[in-house]
Design a protein around this ligand. Structure first.
Ligand SMILES: Cc1ncc(C[n+]2csc(CCOP(=O)(O)OP(=O)(O)O)c2C)c(N)n1
Ligand code: SF4
Ligand SMILES: [Mg+2]
Length: 281
C-alpha cells in the first residue's frame, strides 16, 4: 500500500448515495492541506466506533485503532496522552457517540482533550437496521419506534458546549467544501473540537429531507453566551462554526511539555523519581 495515498484497497460497502462518502472525501482532501501547514500524515491518528460510520477506518490510509462501539472516544484519548505530539481524530456515529459512548464524549469535552470528534449524524442506528438514536427527531417512525419516537432528541452542539468543548461546528455531507475547511480548522484547533456532520443514511432518509432546509450561520458567535444563544435559536440544519475558543488542554495540565514516548525516561530514573516522592511523604 502506498503510504502517501489517502485511500486503501478495501472494498467500500456503503450504500450508493450514502452521506458517509462525502465525509471520507472531505478527510482525504484535508490531509494534503494539513501537510502543507506542517502537519505530517504520519502524525494524524484515528479511531472509529462501530457502525456504518466506522467503516471509514477501513477506507482511510491513516494509523489508528478500530475500536469498540462508543469506546473510540476513550481509545483516542489514550493515544493522545501516550503521545501528545499526535493529531488525533475519532469518527463516531450518533448512536455511538451520543448513546453508548455518551459519557466518554462528555468527559472528553469537559477536560478539553486536544482531539477532534467527527459525529456522523444520520438520525439512526444504521448498521443495526434503523433503530432511533439519541438525536432522532420526535415522531420518527422506525423499526424500534413503530408509533413514532416520543422522546425529545439531544442537541449535540448544546451538550458539547455546556460540557466544555472549545471548537463546535455543524456541517452537511452535501456541502463538501465547507466540510473540508471545517475538518482542517478542527484538526488545527488546540482543544476538544467537535463537528456534527448531517449525513443522510439513504436506506432510512432521503437527501430531499435535508437539502432545502440547510442554511449557514450569518455571524459566527464570538463568546460562550453568543454561542449558547446561536445554538438554541437556530435549527438543526444551521451550518457553521458556533464556538471557537481557547482553554488549557488536558495533556499540558497533566504533564506540561512532557511526552512519554519521545521524552521517555529510563526505568532507573523513574524509580529515583518515585523514591523522591515517597521520601517526601
Ligand atoms: C457495546 C455494543 N453495543 C451494541 C452494539 C451493536 N451495534 C453495532 S453498530 C450499532 C449502531 C450504530 O449506530 P451509530 O453509532 O449511529 O452508527 P451508524 O451505523 O448509524 O453509522 C449497534 C447498536 C455493539 N457492537 N457493541
Ligand atoms: S445504511 Fe445508511 S449509513 Fe449505512 S451505508 Fe447505507 S446509507 Fe450509509
Ligand atoms: Mg447513526
Amino acid at each position: 500500500m502506498d503510504l502517501n495515498k489517502s485511500e486503501t484497497d478495501v472494498e467500500n460497502t456503503w450504500c450508493p448515495g450514502c452521506g458517509n462518502f462525502a465525509i471520507l472525501q472531505a478527510v482525504k482532501k484535508s490531509i494534503p492541506k494539513l501537510e502543507e501547514k506542517g502537519i505530517k500524515r504520519s502524525d494524524i491518528v484515528m479511531t472509529a466506533g462501530i457502525g456504518c460510520h466506522a467503516k471509514i477506518f477501513d477506507y482511510l490510509n491513516l494509523s489508528g485503532v478500530y475500536s469498540l462501539h462508543g469506546r473510540d472516544i476513550a481509545t483516542i484519548q489514550g493515544i493522545k496522552i501516550a503521545n501528545p505530539d499526535l493529531k488525533v481524530i475519532t469518527f463516531s456515529g450518533d448512536g455511538n457517540g451520543m448513546g453508548e459512548g455518551f459519557a466518554h464524549t462528555m468527559f472528553a469535552a469537559k477536560r478539553n482533550m486536544d482531539m477532534t470528534m467527527v459525529l456522523h449524524h444520520n438520525d439512526v442506528y444504521a448498521l443495526t437496521t434503523g433503530q432511533f438514536t439519541p438525536l432522532t427527531e420526535k415522531g420518527w417512525k422506525g423499526p424500534s419506534t413503530p408509533k413514532g419516537s416520543f422522546e425529545d432528541p439531544f442537541n449535540a452542539l448544546l451538550m458539547i458546549l455546556i460540557a466544555g468543548g472549545t471548537f463546535i461546528a455543524r456541517c452537511y455531507s452535501g456541502e463538501l467544501n465547507h466540510l473540508t475547511e471545517t475538518i482542517i480548522k478542527a484538526i488545527e484547533h488546540k482543544g476538544f473540537s467537535f463537528i456534527e456532520v448531517i449525513q443522510p443514511a439513504v436506506s432510512y432518509h432521503a437527501w430531499t429531507e435535508y437539502k432545502d432546509k440547510m442554511e449557514f450561520l450569518e455571524n459566527e458567535p464570538s463568546n460562550f453566551e453568543e454561542a449558547l444563544l446561536a445554538i438554541r435559536k437556530n435549527h438543526k440544519f444551521t451550518l457553521g462554526t458556533f464556538y471557537n475558543s481557547k482553554k488549557p488542554v488536558y495533556h499540558e495540565q497533566l504533564y506540561g511539555e512532557h511526552n512519554p514516548i519521545t521524552k521517555k525516561v529510563t526505568q532507573e530514573k523513574r524509580i529515583q523519581k518515585l523514591e523522591k516522592i515517597l521520601n517526601n511523604l
